[in-house]
Design a binder for this molecule. Sequence first.
Ligand code: FEO
Length: 392
Amino acid sequence: MKARKVTTKISMLGAVDWNRTLFDALIPLPQGTSYNAYLVNGSQKTALLDASDPSLQDQLMEQLDSVPRVDFVIAHHAEQDHSGALPLVMAKYPQARLICSQKASGMLQDLLDLPADRIQTVADGETLALGDLTLEFIYTPWVHWPETMCTYLREEKTLFSCDFFGSHLATSEVFAGDELAVYPSAKRYYAEIMMPFRVPIQKNLERLAALEIERICPSHGPVFEKPLWIVDAYREWVSAPPKNEVVIPYISMHHSTEMLVKRMVGTLAERGVRVKVFDLTITDIGELAMALVDAATIVVGTPIMLGGPHPLVGYAISLAALLKPKAKFAAFLVSYGWGAGAVKRLPGLIEGLKVEALPAVVARGLPRQAELDAVDALAEQIAAKHRELELK
Ligand code: FEO
């Protein structure tokens, strides 16, 4: 794809990766992604903001064939999906300075072997003049790494946000347009990449609130020409209380755990609690992450297998703990065959979630009426806790 116009002064370069299915060798990308770079043409100087993933760097270099001079290359973030093509870019423009935050300088040298004498660090709030245009650099640590910064193009009221406000969405469109179409990709991106950094994101949102922003140009997914909705969505995802929702990831090998799960779903639904159920043998882990953005309670269903929870359940719990969701309560629904010793170790598995552990319901083999009654009692306890917190 050729360079595409955002405004008369700004072009979108980089690559749309229609075929990428995993990020960080972990995170599913059902709609692909993009690695956006932006060219900003001032009256005296030209700046290239970010580069691309090395796997598609040829596309960026082809787009730069028609760009005779770049004075500044801005690296917002050292992660290779944005910085990987920088060695080629810096070789093409030997007069260019590589501009980055102080922390990013060492990381770019470590990760890409970029020479220190090509790098010029900028402080938080520092500006760079391109003639009639001014770039203002804003440190935004932990969206996504500690060295991350954004650039605000003052005269165009444009924020170049890199990972912040990104969407893993391969599209031929420059602009987000239909909010409903982009929202799921933006939420998935938040859930998979940004959720662990809720606290720094809150601070960074406060920082950006002082700016008049007419458009946001992220480095993944389309440009937001009506930026308010994505900023408001982030405010809700990071700051709003959890919702009156329960997420139930589970495995069932011989339907006993499934019986407990189905009973829990029915009883919670009768009490007005929304439930999202994920059979971990077929679940897109990104969908589970999206559900964790909002859920107040996590109920894990597992059989005991070889002295512990099913391995897929262990994986889902450890991933959820890494994502640091807002959930306040958690419980287990368990079926075991011949030894209940492993059940005692289950609460230790959810310590990383920082939740209040509710009593587990444990069935030896097939659940009987006593266990089904215990599920009803647990569901009522969950519903009561949600009511106490006035969750919507
Ligand atoms: Fe899109 Fe943190 O890289």
